[in-house]
Design a protein around this ligand. Structure first.
Ligand code: SF4
Ligand code: SF4
Length: 413
């Protein structure tokens, strides 16, 4: 779509980036049919083509309204539309630009402002972990809506201490270690079994995705710089061969540091290097599959293999464009994967979306759990902490990270 930038956006990096993305869109609407919010609401403005058109109008100088903000808020940023789009429109980047522009022009009701600020500050704060532990201790008496956000405490198990010649950095993150510490512990045990040490560097933390997707790109960039500063001595000394990020939502973010900080003369080069080192665990473990198979074989028990339903998070399949690799690894390790309908669709977790858009989020969760449960799996596996806690709040079937399942295979006798 030809887009003529309004004077206020001409020659701004955001305006030019939006214009470049909009130029690729031919307004064909193929993306609309696969958009989860369009499927539920049936309004063109709640689908990608409508949202793209509203952003085009905005950068061309049309008056922005609260209505536009509401339609952009309803977007999950699942990027399913990017996978569908035959023209390669970078919708995820465009919607982040559009949201930031709207945020600067439209004031939200005070309740929304408060909630968004609480999420930005609260989820990434050091007090989140003790608050979560308290919530877990009181879980039985919490109201149902709050209980759904507080996963049951599960002891993480031992952290390996052996030093190996091979070493990786493991992202420390923010909500994951507080909510489900077993994911990091399982990741570290699996890596240790394969002769790889893992370190979590003090001073690092949230990848920046929470602030970035809440229309605070400056806050997200600051989180990225803090992580780079913390990681750099380890990288500069050549002590780490990769940065393993075991939440696919965070992996997308860390891989985008190079793009995010491209205009920052002090960090651009380092950010590019960090992005090139960032790996989802499946990217790191694929080459180690023969060793992993051999170890799992030694531990193989006589009990029948688990029937597994795998939910690929949107950030894994649409963000990182990794499709089928985790499923292939699980099968190779003996899982019996059951078919899951519409696996390209979002489960409704989408970062802070489940808090900000509870009705749409809940509808998507119910649909996803129906699809995942159709063939009665023993366990549901996924690759992102948000999807795991969101889905677990609606089912008795255990929902785990796929690395926790691999770790379980190593523990069985
Ligand atoms: S984003 Fe892609 S699929 Fe959607 S309308 Fe534009 S060109 Fe068509
Ligand atoms: S990111 Fe997801 S919810 Fe948003 S427009 Fe694209 S498909 Fe729809």
């Amino acid at each position: 779509m030809e887009t003529t930038l309004a004077p206020e956006f001409a020659n701004t990096s955001r305006g030019l980036a939006a214009q470049e993305i909009l130029r690729r869109c031919v307004h064909c609407g193929f993306c609309t049919a696969t958009c989860p919010t369009y499927q539920i609401l049936g309004d063109e403005r709640d689908g990608p083509r409508g949202r793209i058109y509203m952003i085009k109008q905005m950068v061309e100088g049309a008056q922005v309204t609260r209505e536009t903000q509401i339609h952009l808020d309803r977007c999950l940023t699942c990027r399913n539309c990017e996978t569908t789009c035959p023209s390669g429109v970078a919708y995820g980047q465009l919607v982040d630009i559009g949201r930031t522009m709207i945020e600067e022009r439209i004031s939200r009701p005070w309740g929304e402002r408060l909630l968004r600020q609480a999420l930005k500050v609260g989820l990434t704060s050091p007090v989140f972990a003790p608050a979560m532990r308290l919530g877990q201790a009181l879980r039985g008496v919490l109201p149902a809506t709050l209980r759904a956000k507080v996963p049951q405490f599960r002891p993480p198990g031992p952290i390996p201490t052996r030093q190996h010649a091979r070493s990786v950095i493991l992202l420390k993150g923010c909500v994951q270690p507080a909510m489900l510490p077993g994911i990091d512990a399982a990741t570290r045990r699996v890596l240790d079994t394969l002769g790889v040490s893992s370190v979590q560097i003090p001073g690092s933390g949230c990848c920046g995705a929470i602030k970035t997707h809440l229309a605070d790109p400056a806050g997200g960039a600051q989180d990225a710089r803090r992580n780079i500063d913390a990681w750099w001595p380890e990288i500069d000394a050549g002590r780490c061969e990769a940065i393993v990020v075991n939440a696919s939502g965070c992996a997308v973010m860390v891989k985008e540091y190079g793009h995010l900080l491209a205009d920052d003369p002090h960090y651009a080069e380092k950010a590019r290097r960090i992005s090139s080192l960032a790996k989802d665990p499946i990217e790191f473990l694929e080459s180690l599959l023969p060793e992993l198979q051999a170890v799992v074989q030694q531990h193989r028990s006589e009990v029948p293999a688990d029937r597994v339903a795998f939910h690929p998070p949107c950030t894994l399949q649409h963000g990182l464009k990794i499709r089928g690799a985790v499923e292939a690894l699980l099968s190779a390790l003996g899982a019996k994967l059951v078919p899951v309908a519409d696996s390209h669709l979002c489960c409704g977790s989408a970062g802070t979306y489940s808090v900000l858009q509870p009705a749409l989020s809940c509808e998507l969760k119910l649909r996803k759990l129906d699809a995942l449960g159709e063939h009665r799996p023993d366990i549901i596996l996924s690759a992102n902490v948000g999807c795991i806690t969101h889905l677990q709040s609606g089912t008795q079937t255990p929902v785990r990270h796929w690395l926790e399942w691999v770790d379980m295979q190593l523990q069985s006798t």
